[in-house]
Design a protein around this ligand. Structure first.
Ligand SMILES: Cc1cc2nc3c(=O)[nH]c(=O)nc-3n(C[C@H](O)[C@H](O)[C@H](O)COP(=O)(O)OP(=O)(O)OC[C@H]3O[C@@H](n4cnc5c(N)ncnc54)[C@H](O)[C@@H]3O)c2cc1C
Length: 408
């Protein structure tokens, strides 16, 4: 295939989509479509709950990034992929023809049809979700009575949210917190030692854990569990469940409606030769955890393979590199999980911040080395101020060093 100016449409311009766009040459006609204006660094949104970060700290203006790559950004929601006519349709009425399309639309939250959950529980997936939750926590903290917060989901994001709510005790905000988990333990996809350590870390605080517990109803004041127990909920945070975005359900890119989209190891759709899929919405031959770093690596391979398609070159295979996972728990600790090994140290927070700052700078200006280096220096200074310096008071440094432990 060698169109004179190949047209590429990228649906979703976050981790996978933005990295893919950065790999495509400016002489292609590349359009990135996203329903939201800003790139969002989801892995750090929990820090908004405690005020360590604000909205501006975790977003980048998407239009600026995309235009720096030499491409076009369209701020609109895609409603349909018309495979017969090789075009993408948007809510705003645009029809965008493509020679190759990349689907990088991530996932959306699901409340599994639990009665009242969509209306009364606040989702925890987007930057604006975190801002909304932080606002509610501020209001609840100002009350006389100690408020009750229910977190639904004891996976990584639920536990990170818990850590940030506990971090607020430093500013005098105390809450009674319930964590509700469907499985028999929290962090059930990760080593048992990590879960045990987390339990010990939150034991001194007013946190009640409910495992093997399904939420059956949420209303404005309470959360009801399958056992019939009713938990007082001045605020319910929904941090469980993700599914395929609605517009992809009938795109003909999977076997049944809500499956993730199956791809070859080249990230090409198993259902369409000129459609690639990268990031959370892809169903790989060898599945990987739905994480930002894998989404970015997939974006890189998908971007390169789209170029290779137009140049009749052999497709690259996506191979997931084993990546350690860093999970923060407010100002209490940070865990590094590599396979079955877990290390805990408050000082790892600075390492996580470093990765975040460097990657944000790279996404903002990948093709301008000078601007990139200046941005990294500015971001490093900010990270040092926000996270490293508070750890370096003599007592915290002592605690930080002695608090560093190999768990399993
Ligand atoms: C609270 C939380 C904490 C997390 N923590 C970590 C962590 O610590 N480390 C880690 O590696 N990962 C973490 N993750 C997972 C990580 O955020 C995802 O794996 C990553 O965002 C996936 O990237 P993506 O590009 O596939 O999708 P997304 O980042 O979800 O991007 C999809 C994009 O598609 C756009 N889009 C969707 N539908 C449409 C449409 N119809 N039209 C136009 N645009 C559309 C969206 O607006 C969005 O910009 C976390 C996730 C959450 C929710």
């Amino acid at each position: 295939m060698s169109p004179s100016r190949p047209r590429v449409v990228i649906i979703g311009g976050n981790f996978a989509g933005l990295v893919a766009a950065s790999r495509l040459p400016c002489d292609y006609d590349v359009t990135v479509v996203d329903a939201r204006a800003d790139f969002e660094w989801t892995p750090n949104i929990h820090e908004i709950l405690s005020g360590v970060k604000d909205r501006e700290g975790v977003v980048l203006p998407r239009a600026e990034c995309v235009s720096r790559y030499g491409h076009t950004f369209v701020h609109d929601a895609v409603t349909k992929i018309d495979r017969d006519n090789s075009s993408v349709m948007t809510e705003g009425g645009l029809v965008l023809p493509y020679d190759a399309c990349l689907v990088a639309a991530g996932s959306q939250r699901t409340t599994f049809g639990v009665d009242g959950a969509d209306k009364h529980a606040l989702g925890f997936r987007l930057v604006d979700d975190a801002v909304r939750i932080a606002g509610r926590l501020d209001k609840l903290a100002a009350r006389q009575r100690r408020a009750s917060v229910v977190i639904v989901g004891g996976g990584v994001s639920g536990i990170e949210a818990l850590g940030e709510i506990l971090r607020r005790r430093g500013q005098g905000d105390e809450f009674n917190i319930h964590v509700v988990e469907l499985e028999s333990r929290i962090l059930d996809q990760l080593p048992q030692g990590l879960a045990s350590d987390a339990l010990q870390r939150f034991a001194p605080y007013p946190v009640t854990l409910h495992t093997n517990a399904a939420v059956t109803q949420v209303d404005g004041r309470s959360v009801t569990l399958g056992s019939g127990e009713k938990l007082t909920a001045d605020l319910c945070i929904w941090s469980a469940g993700m599914t395929l975005p609605d517009f992809l359900r009938d795109a003909g890119l999977n076997d049944t409606g809500d499956d993730w989209l199956p791809v070859e190891d080249t990230l090409r759709s198993r259902y369409a030769d000129n459609i690639f899929v990268a990031g959370d919405c892809a169903d790989l031959p060898t599945p990987v955890r739905k994480q930002a770093y894998y989404a970015m690596d997939m974006g890189e391979v998908a971007g390169d393979n789209i170029s290779r398609l137009f140049r009749d070159r052999r497709q690259r295979r996506f191979r997931a590199a084993a990546m350690p996972m860093v999970i923060s728990f407010g100002d209490i600790t940070t865990w590094l999980v590599a396979g079955e090994s877990v290390v805990a140290s408050p000082l790892l927070a600075a390492a996580k911040e470093g990765v975040y700052q460097v990657t944000m700078a790279r996404l903002a200006s990948p093709k301008e080395p000078l601007r990139y280096s200046t941005d990294v220096v500015g971001r490093a200074a900010m990270a040092t101020r926000q996270l490293l310096l508070p750890q370096l008071t003599p007592s915290k440094l002592f605690l930080g060093l002695t608090g560093s432990r190999i768990i399993v």
